[in-house]
Design a protein around this ligand. Sequence first.
Ligand code: SAM
Length: 249
Amino acid sequence: MWRASILTLFPDMFPGPLGFSLAGKALAAGLWTLDAVDIRGHATDKHRSVDDTPAGGGPGMVMRADVLARAIDAVAPAGDARPRLAMSPRGVPLTQERVEALARGPGAVILCGRFEGVDERVIEGRGFEEISVGDYVLSGGEIAAFTLLDACVRLLPGVMGKEASGAEESFAQGLLEYPQYTRPQLWEGRAIPDVLTGGDHAKIAAWRRAAAERLTRARRPDLWAAHVARVGAPAKPRKRPNQKPEPDG
Ligand SMILES: C[S@@+](CC[C@H](N)C(=O)[O-])C[C@H]1O[C@@H](n2cnc3c(N)ncnc32)[C@H](O)[C@@H]1O
């Protein structure tokens, strides 16, 4: 059973979007569990304070190490083998590879920051790894936690309808996914590429592979460089006489 514990100032946000669709059905079926722990419940003063002004000055407030540590220790005592992840814009970027590794594990303990973030000492002292969901700043870690959890839960055994549907997706082979089409065959003057409706599986696979490579090269030079380093550059298609150049590269 994959177990997620969320430390948050807004426990009522959960399960939120994770209560719907694949993740929601899997939650109801007991394929994973989620407990959202109210950090404020671990404050001890009469105002139930969870934050204070930044040491050294500056704007905003910082979440207090002592309050956070009590919440963490209550939900994940020493010996809990789950990885401890603090959502943070300065964290290690989340990747599909990391998501796959997390989904293979026992679950996760996720700390959602607010304000200017959390006191550094609790990250160090309680062994949290900071994880980012992108190079932009959210107002809180909860939406980042939804992202991480959704990405993990859909990979848990029994959650996705066809086990195969994960294998060809973006990032699974180090490439972005090829374009998808469905009926109607002709929509607003745009037709589905003939090769996809011709029934020749080898040609379909070759078309998809070439499209995935073209998209990755155009949109994600970082992924493309890593792909070429791993498998080598694809063979250039032989140019037929009078052939028009491809639209984007
Ligand atoms: C307003 S942000 C704090 C930003 C922080 N002062 C900084 O500049 O790095 C509040 C919280 O939102 C969450 N957060 C914001 N952006 C994020 C991102 N890109 N990835 C993951 N978590 C993020 C973190 O939990 C963070 O503690």
